[in-house]
Ligand binder design. Structure first.
Ligand SMILES: [Zn+2]
Length: 311
C-alpha cells in the first residue's frame, strides 16, 4: 500500500489500514457469499447515524434478515477487508425513533482510525444512495450494484458512480516582520455565531486547478491577494460529500473586504491574539476532527487548547 501519510499530523478521517479490495466488488454472488459467511462483520448505518458498542462501532455477524434485505435491493456496501474479516455496511433509511444512534461528528474522537474510516465511507455512500434513487438520463428508478459502489438504471442500462466534491481549505498567512508579527486570516460565516472563527474554504469549480481555487476563493471572500500556495494534506468530509484539500498561502495584501452573505466577521490573528482569544473566550476554533483545526495548529506550531484554556 502506498504511503499516504499527510503533511498534517493526526488528521482524522483520512487514514486507515482497511484494504478496499475494489476488484472484488463486481464478482458474481460476492455480497451474497459474504452475508452467508460467519466471519464477515456487518455494520448497520441508518441515514448518517450508527450505534456504538462501547468506544467502537457495533460490528456484528451477518444474519438471515440481512440476506433478505440484500435480495430485496437494500443497499449492502462492501467496505473491504480489515484484519481477518470482510466488512459490510447495511445502509438503512434514517430512523428518528432510535435515540441510541449517533453521527460521525458525535463519535469521531472515540473511534480508532479503521472504524473512523469505515464510518466515513459508509456515511458518504449512505447519503449518495439516498439522494440518487433516480437516473439522471431518463428519470427511472436506479438499483444498487457492485457491492454498493454503483447504481444501475435498468431502463437504459446506464451506470452511476458516487461523487466526491473537491473543496480547497486554506491557511492564509501574512508574514509581517517576523514570527511574532506573522498573522493568520480567520473568519466566520453566517452559519456560525459568536466567537467561532475558522480558515477560508470553498468548492473547486469545473476547469479550475486547486491553486487557482485557493486564490479565487480567498480573494472573493476576503479581498486578499495570495501567492505561494502550498499543499499540506487532505481529509474526506462526508457532510455530505466533500473532500477537503488543505493549503497554506502567503498573503500579499492585508486590506479586508468581506464578501456579502458569505463572511460576517474576518480578521488577522497573531499567535498571541489566538492565545489571548482562547483564554478569554472571545475566540473559538473549529473542532478537533477537522482539517481546519489542523491547518491552524500547523501554522501556530503546536496543539491549541479549547476556549477557556481546557485541553
Ligand atoms: Zn435511466
Amino acid at each position: 500500500m502506498p504511503d499516504a501519510t499527510p503533511s498534517l499530523p493526526n488528521l482524522l478521517l483520512a487514514s486507515s489500514e482497511i484494504d478496499r479490495d475494489a476488484a472484488a466488488r463486481a464478482g458474481h454472488g460476492f455480497v451474497r457469499g459474504l452475508l452467508q459467511d460467519a466471519s464477515t462483520k456487518v455494520l448497520e448505518v441508518f441515514g448518517d447515524r450508527t450505534a456504538l458498542d462501547g468506544r467502537a462501532l457495533g460490528w456484528r455477524a451477518p444474519s438471515a434478515a440481512d440476506l433478505d434485505w440484500y435480495e430485496n435491493e437494500g443497499v449492502v456496501l462492501y467496505l473491504g477487508r480489515a484484519g481477518e474479516s470482510a466488512r459490510l455496511a447495511l445502509l438503512r433509511p434514517a430512523d428518528d425513533s432510535r435515540e441510541d444512534l449517533l453521527t460521525l461528528r458525535h463519535v469521531a474522537l472515540d473511534l480508532d482510525h479503521d472504524d473512523l474510516a469505515a464510518l466515513t465511507t459508509a456515511v458518504a455512500l449512505s447519503h449518495w444512495h439516498a439522494t440518487h434513487g433516480h437516473c439522471p438520463r431518463c428519470g427511472g428508478a436506479t438499483l444498487p450494484r457492485q457491492a454498493g459502489w454503483v447504481r444501475y438504471c435498468p431502463n437504459d442500462e446506464s451506470l452511476h458512480f458516487p461523487r466526491t466534491d473537491p473543496a480547497v481549505i486554506m491557511a492564509v498567512v501574512h508574514p509581517g516582520e517576523g514570527r511574532d508579527d506573522e498573522r493568520i486570516l480567520l473568519a466566520r460565516g453566517p452559519r456560525w455565531k459568536g466567537p467561532h472563527r475558522s480558515v477560508l474554504a470553498g468548492f473547486v469549480e469545473p476547469g479550475e486547478s486547486f491553486e487557482a481555487a485557493v486564490a479565487r476563493e480567498t480573494f472573493e471572500e476576503s479581498g486578499v491577494v495570495v501567492d505561494g500556495v502550498r499543499y499540506l494534506g487532505n481529509q474526506p468530509w462526508p457532510f455530505p460529500a466533500s473532500l477537503m484539500i488543505g493549503f497554506v498561502a502567503t498573503a500579499r495584501t492585508t486590506a479586508l473586504t468581506p464578501e456579502d452573505g458569505e463572511i460576517e466577521e474576518i480578521g488577522w490573528y497573531s499567535r498571541a491574539d489566538i492565545e489571548r482569544g482562547l483564554a478569554e473566550g472571545t475566540l473559538r476554533l473549529p473542532g478537533r476532527i477537522s482539517i481546519a483545526r489542523s491547518l491552524i495548529e500547523h501554522w501556530y506550531g503546536a496543539e491549541l487548547p479549547d476556549e477557556g484554556g481546557a485541553a
